[in-house]
Design a protein around this ligand. Structure first.
Ligand SMILES: Cc1cc2nc3c(=O)[nH]c(=O)nc-3n(C[C@H](O)[C@H](O)[C@H](O)COP(=O)(O)OP(=O)(O)OC[C@H]3O[C@@H](n4cnc5c(N)ncnc54)[C@H](O)[C@@H]3O)c2cc1C
Length: 428
């Protein structure tokens, strides 16, 4: 379950408001979409047998020695492609005190798996043409799937490397490879058919970042090394935004304002659209004491027991709320607002009457252990093979962010699983 930890409305002076609003607006999230180029054709790399993955000598990094090995073998890369990518990820993620080298972190394996799967095959892209020249802002316009584009770029980059440096990319030493990648990213390396800067910056680099910070189940971030390096997961986020000017709901006045009367009217007239709130949104971990069961007393119209929810704020949530509230106070003070009332951390008991996001999740949680979960990772009920559950109820906890995107992904995957199950009923 998620927890809107703390919410503070404060009142900057009228002039100050515009500056603050602009600063917060600039922090909008940039989605990691793949933006293609206007090229109409591009060379395809030779397809070859997938290569086995290589792992750097674990002794190169003390952290690597303690980690599980990256997933073995490649599904998409051929030997030359694997050689290029392995050198590239080791250069982009050198072994140091924070993480092992890129290959040992599983970065090459992650990229390979993404290219071999639905993303790489362009499962969600329109791929029927016509392939006209398009402006960059029209997005991905290539007749190639991302996997084909990736491989075409690898081949073009390697050819350019041989031309410029006299050897294959995988033969460059670390600093030479690093320089060459920067040259590609900066648009200094060109190819007639593949726009290499766009290839690197809009396809390769986003895959690299994802490989580092995605869930290890996708092959990268082995041993959660990157999450450990940055201190993720856990906690919550703080945000300030103004979504609207609703005359009833979005009309905060200073705390000392009377509830009605002339002074109340004047405060409304003075402060409407001259205040905003800062909100913290935290995660809520699973606790055994929080659960749903059948209500012993209340029944529905058919006499069936209603669902009963037992839920409260536990120590972790309380501490998180105190921490986030302090941070909000610091931020509010730093804005120079005229009025910044103190933030009240959430203490409990959980009050179902007060709005605290609509991200209430859990109830039939998924997991790999039938003793501690209701459905399997394939959303199949442990006790009833032909019962599948999809919905926010399968989340063991909510990591503090909006829940519905991954639900869509789970539902799509369940579609495939159901096809499989209907053809041959079994435990998936
Ligand atoms: C106002 C609001 C804003 C939100 N904004 C966001 C957002 O911006 N981003 C985000 O990620 N999430 C958002 N959410 C949360 C998101 O809507 C839920 O997390 C998501 O819909 C949960 O999906 P679900 O399939 O588990 O449940 P639901 O979407 O609630 O689906 C459950 C379905 O079961 C049906 N049902 C219930 N009982 C029975 C029964 N006995 N028999 C048959 N059918 C039954 C219901 O009618 C419903 O259609 C928002 C929610 C609300 C209410």
């Amino acid at each position: 379950m998620t927890n809107d930890q703390s919410d503070k409305t404060f009142h900057p002076n009228r002039r100050g408001f515009l500056g603050v609003a602009a600063a917060t607006g600039a922090a909008s999230l940039a989605p990691g979409v793949l933006i293609g180029t206007a090229a109409t054709t591009a060379a395809l790399a030779e397809t070859s047998e997938p290569a086995p993955s290589q792992s750097m000598d674990a002794s190169a990094s003390p952290i690597a020695a303690k980690l599980p090995p990256p997933v073995p073998g490649y599904l998409s890369f051929g030997p030359d492609e694997a050689g290029f990518v392995e050198v590239m990820v080791n250069v982009m993620c050198p072994a140091d005190a924070l993480t092992p080298g890129g290959v040992d972190c599983g970065l090459a394996a992650y990229i390979d798996r993404q290219l071999a799967g639905g993303f790489g095959k362009g499962a969600r892209l329109y791929m029927r043409g016509p392939w006209r020249e398009g402006k960059p802002e029209l997005g991905y316009q290539l007749p190639l799937t991302p996997e084909q584009f990736f491989k075409a770029g690898l081949a073009a980059a390697d050819a350019a490397c041989r031309k410029r440096k006299g050897k294959a990319f995988s033969e460059l030493d670390e600093s030479g490879a690093d320089r060459f990648l920067h040259e590609i990213a900066d648009g200094k390396v060109t190819d007639e058919r593949v726009q290499l800067a766009s290839w690197f910056n809009e396809l390769v680099y986003p895959l690299f970042e994802q490989a580092c910070f995605a869930d290890p189940i996708y092959g990268g971030n082995v041993g959660k090394v990157f999450w450990k390096a940055i201190g993720y997961p856990g906690g919550g986020y703080i945000y300030a935004n103004v979504t609207n000017g609703r005359p009833i709901a979005s009309r905060a006045v200073p705390p000392s304002t009377p509830k009605w009367g002339a002074e109340w009217k004047k405060a409304n007239a003075d402060w409407y659209a001259h205040n905003f709130s800062i909100t913290a949104h935290g995660s809520w971990y699973p606790h055994r004491e929080n659960y749903v069961d059948l209500d012993p007393t209340y029944v529905d119209a058919y006499g069936q027991p209603l669902l009963r929810m037992t839920f409260d704020v536990r120590e972790n949530e309380r501490k998180m709320s105190v921490y986030l509230s302090k941070k909000i106070d610091e931020i509010a003070k730093a804005t120079g607002a005229d009025i910044a009332p103190p933030t009240a951390p959430r203490k409990g008991p959980y009050d179902s009457r007060v709005y605290q996001t609509t991200h209430v999740t859990g109830g039939t949680i998924m997991g790999s252990d039938p003793g501690t979960s209701v459905v399997s990772p394939h959303l199949q009920h442990w006790d009833a093979e032909n019962l599948f559950v999809v919905g926010a109820s399968v989340y063991p906890f909510n990591a503090g962010y909006n829940p519905t995107g991954p639900l869509g992904a789970l539902a799509l995957r369940l579609g495939d699983d159901l096809n499989d199950y209907v053809a041959r009923p079994h435990h998936l």
